[in-house]
Design a protein around this ligand. Structure first.
Ligand SMILES: *Cc1c(COP(=O)(O)O)cnc(C)c1O
Length: 426
């Protein structure tokens, strides 16, 4: 008897859920994930040689498109000189210098291996520096999967309907306070209640892990003012927005200075990377200078540093982000026009190379509660319709979409045409 096993079944046999990160599993949209074998420019190619226009971009890092020749050449040359030294190299200085120059709020920076690790370390550092324990995070914001931050978290946690994970002891999250994004009064209330116990506020300046939500004009300045008033630290998690919404990140765009910054994704150009940086006096509390411990076998390895440097070199070219934002805005405008023509209410958001769209009548999506009210069933149908047309969107209504410089007018028009077809069937 011939046993026919699908690729997904094969994956499920040895990998929990068949995936190495939950949101890849298609549980938010139904069906089984697609297995890819290569990617180039704006496209990804699946195991059956079918090409898709990709708006996931590996969840953010691929801002210059997949397998960009400049990055591939730089990494290839680097590989021949050794993969990891476990000792300092000039490449680490070069990337540190470049990031500090592009984001002047970062006076010193420490490289780690993921956004999760960076956020986890930033929390420890903020607690060590302020000698306080409590932190404030926002419902629907995601800062990786460190225990203290896995409470009302966004991204895959939202998609799977488990915003707070099992296995996180009550004692570990008792110092994590949750406020509502874009609602300063909820933050003020927490500060008034816990006054001098709050070490830091951690926020995604543009929320990108509960779809895509822009900060209201008073929100980030209000957080800065509250942190100043209560001597707490403001931590911005720009793992997603850094170098994506502008060359200088969301900080340059919104003009609010955090004390600590958390980075990842683009600064690794597709290799595993995270970083935390900020005020020199705070960063100097990290080992080996200070008492806050942190370490990493592969931190700052030459391959990741090279991929990051090559990516930043590309996006530093004049007009890069302006063009990217024009394309992202145009993609969303065209999508909305076609939805409207089909009698479907769609709200869209675009900033830099990042976008979001919501199936709802409500015009202003400002909070996690607003996102939860959107029509998820319609999103699922739209997702599968688009996939059928060869457009790969994030398989969840709670994720932002990503544009790269490799997406040209042709891909945008093809995406619109696909959407027009799919809207007609919703
Ligand atoms: C992706 C992301 C993280 C986690 O980064 P990993 O490298 O996946 O651990 C943290 N914060 C934000 C805002 C992110 O988008």
């Amino acid at each position: 008897m011939i046993e026919i096993q699908t690729t997904f079944q094969r994956a499920e046999r040895y990998i929990p859920g068949g995936v190495n990160s939950p949101v890849r599993a298609f549980q938010g949209v139904g069906g089984v994930p697609i297995f890819f074998k290569s990617a180039h420019g704006a496209y990804m190619v699946d195991e059956h040689d079918r090409e898709y226009i990709d708006y996931v971009g590996s969840w953010g890092p691929m801002i210059a498109g997949h397998a960009h020749p400049h990055i591939v050449e730089a990494v290839s040359a680097c590989l021949k000189k050794g993969l990891s030294f476990g000792a300092p190299s000039l490449l680490e200085i070069q990337l540190a210098e470049k990031i500090c120059k592009l984001m002047p709020v970062i006076e010193k920076i420490r490289m780690v291996n993921s956004g999760t690790e960076a956020a986890m370390t930033a929390i420890r550092l903020a607690r060590g520096y302020t000698k306080r324990n409590k932190i404030i995070k926002f419902a629907g914001c995601y800062h990786g999967h460190a225990d203290a931050l896995l409470i009302q978290a966004g991204s895959g946690a939202l998609t799977l309907g488990v915003p707070s994970s099992a296995g996180v002891p009550e004692s570990v999250v008792q110092d994590t306070l949750v406020a509502e994004f874009n609602r300063l009064d909820t933050v003020r209330t927490l500060f008034e209640k816990h006054k001098n116990d709050i070490a830091a506020v951690i926020v995604e300046p543009v929320a990108g892990n509960m779809n895509c939500i822009l900060p209201l004009p008073e929100f980030l300045p209000g957080l800065r003012a509250l942190c100043d008033q209560y001597d707490s630290l403001l931590m911005m998690d720009e793992v997603m927005t850094g170098f994506r919404v502008a060359l200088g990140g969301a900080v340059s765009r919104f003009g609010v200075k955090p004390d600590l910054m958390i980075l990842g994704k683009i600064i690794g150009g597709g290799m595993p990377v995270g970083a935390l940086g900020g005020r020199a006096d705070i960063m100097s509390c990290l080992a080996p200078l200070g008492p806050v411990y942190q370490a990493g076998t592969l931190s700052g390895n030459p391959v990741a540093m090279t991929a990051g440097l090559a990516t930043l070199e590309l996006i530093e070219s004049p007009g890069f982000h302006k063009q990217l934002e024009q394309k992202t805005g145009s993609l969303m405008d065209g999508l909305k026009e076609r939805a409207t023509a089909a009698g479907i209410s769609l709200q869209t958001v675009a900033i830099g190379g990042m976008f979001g769209f919501f199936f709802t009548d409500q015009e202003n999506i400002e909070t996690y509660a607003d996102v939860k009210k959107c029509n998820i069933d319609r999103f699922k149908k739209f997702f599968h319709g688009m996939l059928h047309e060869g457009i790969y969107l994030a398989p969840s209504a709670y994720e932002a979409g990503f544009m790269s410089s490799a997406h040209s007018e042709i891909e945008i028009i093809n995406t619109w045409n696909a959407a027009e077809k799919v809207f007609a069937m919703l």
